[in-house]
Design a protein around this ligand. Structure first.
Ligand code: DP6
Length: 361
């Protein structure tokens, strides 16, 4: 390890988008390794918005590992951070920067300390999958810094140990998280079903119903569900495996009608399972329910092309339109029925597709 002086700093910056599940992950069979009870499928959003940007740096002058999220220092002591750091350090390789005269040997990574600064450009922990983009970005940037040779799928198995849904953000396009069978989690990883170019006319509209932090975290919510819900067993064993096959076919064939039916029913079943948890978990609020009614009415009309909706562990609605024209019509309807910052309890809209994203708050 060394350079002209011990004052050098080496850094890497990466940006990772969030992903929205259209077949949901809910429930773990192993809490520590974060192994799910079913496969899930997601769409990765455009990295321009709804993304995390992380800079990781290493220097011999750092005396401990430290991390800042949106400018505020957070603890790295949690088991999830430690699992990711341990797994990455174990796979680190030699790094050489000739210009700066820096040489880091593989074994040096065990002693060197890191400083990590991460920014989300969207509300943290408000059901907009901030932990997904966050851990994916952390793992990806550290892997670059420490010169890991693993591919994105193998990196996804590390990101998974930070937050389950994070493993799907290592890829763009449509992604499947395979639950795997191994007890050590080695086969519980993400694979890309179709890349960013596939079905690239889809447009995503997010109605930020509330940017407040959610009351029940996904982690504790799904733990309670697995412990108390009878419906989750049926969902994981009977319902999801069939839906995964159907969803893969719908994505491959760009079959928007099937995509919509599967995404909407799966979101609804996820929230039914939350209601079946004891004590029950309510992630959606009145505004969320009214948005569902509005989209269902829209979908039953002959004149307007269908739109898919899905809700994660929070009240915000994620809607997917098949093209920009439909998205514009839908946004018009939403702005009329749910004007932002009014008594409808709606904060703003975020619109995105595979190439351009704009705020419409
Ligand atoms: C509703 O990945 O946040 O968004 O693994 O405990 O960190 P942990 O949970 P997390 O759960 C996400 C749940 C979901 C559905 C999904 O993204 O598939």
């Amino acid at each position: 390890m060394g350079g002209q002086s011990e004052k050098w700093v080496l850094m890497v910056t990466a940006r990772t988008p969030t992903n929205i599940a259209v077949i949901k992950y809910w429930g773990k069979r192993d809490e520590k390794l974060i192994l799910p009870i079913n496969d899930s499928i997601s769409v990765t959003l455009d990295p321009n918005h709804l993304c995390t940007t992380t800079t990781v740096s290493v220097s011999p002058s750092f005396v401990e590992d430290r991390m800042w999220l949106n400018g505020k220092e957070i603890s790295l002591q949690g088991g999830r951070f430690q699992s990711c750091l341990r797994e990455i350090r174990a796979r680190a390789n030699d790094v050489e920067d000739e210009k700066k005269g820096i040489k880091i040997k593989k074994e040096d990574w065990q002693k060197l300390h890191l400083q990590i600064a991460s920014y989300n450009n969207f509300p943290t922990a408000a059901g907009l999958a901030s932990s997904a983009a966050g851990f994916a970005c952390l793992v990806f940037s550290l892997a670059k810094l420490m010169n890991l040779k693993e591919d994105n799928s193998q990196l996804s198995a590390i990101a998974r140990q930070g937050s389950g849904s994070a493993c799907r953000s290592l890829y763009g396009g449509f992604v499947k998280w395979i639950m795997g069978k191994e007890e050590n989690g080695s086969d519980s990883l993400a694979v890309q079903l179709a890349d960013e170019k596939h079905w690239d006319d889809l447009v995503i509209i997010i109605a930020v119903v509330s940017a407040r932090q959610k009351e029940t975290s996904s982690t504790s919510g799904m733990r309670d569900t697995v412990e108390t819900s009878a419906l989750i067993k049926h969902r994981a064993k009977e319902v999801v495996p069939k839906r995964i096959i159907e969803m893969e076919t719908a994505i491959k064939n760009r079959d928007f009608a099937s995509f919509t039916r599967l995404a909407c029913t799966d979101s609804n079943q996820f929230h039914a399972v939350c209601l079946d948890t004891y004590p029950p978990i309510f992630y959606m609020n009145d505004t969320s329910h009214r948005i569902i009614s509005c989209v269902e009415k829209w979908n039953r009309s002959e004149e307007t092309p269908q739109v898919a909706y899905t809700f994660d562990a929070g009240p915000n609605a994620v809607m997917i339109a098949r093209d920009r024209k439909t998205a514009a019509l839908l946004l018009q309807r939403l702005l009329y029925n749910f004007p932002p910052k009014s008594d409808t309890d709606l904060d703003s809209y975020v619109i995105g597709d595979k190439s351009i994203l704009q705020d419409a708050g």
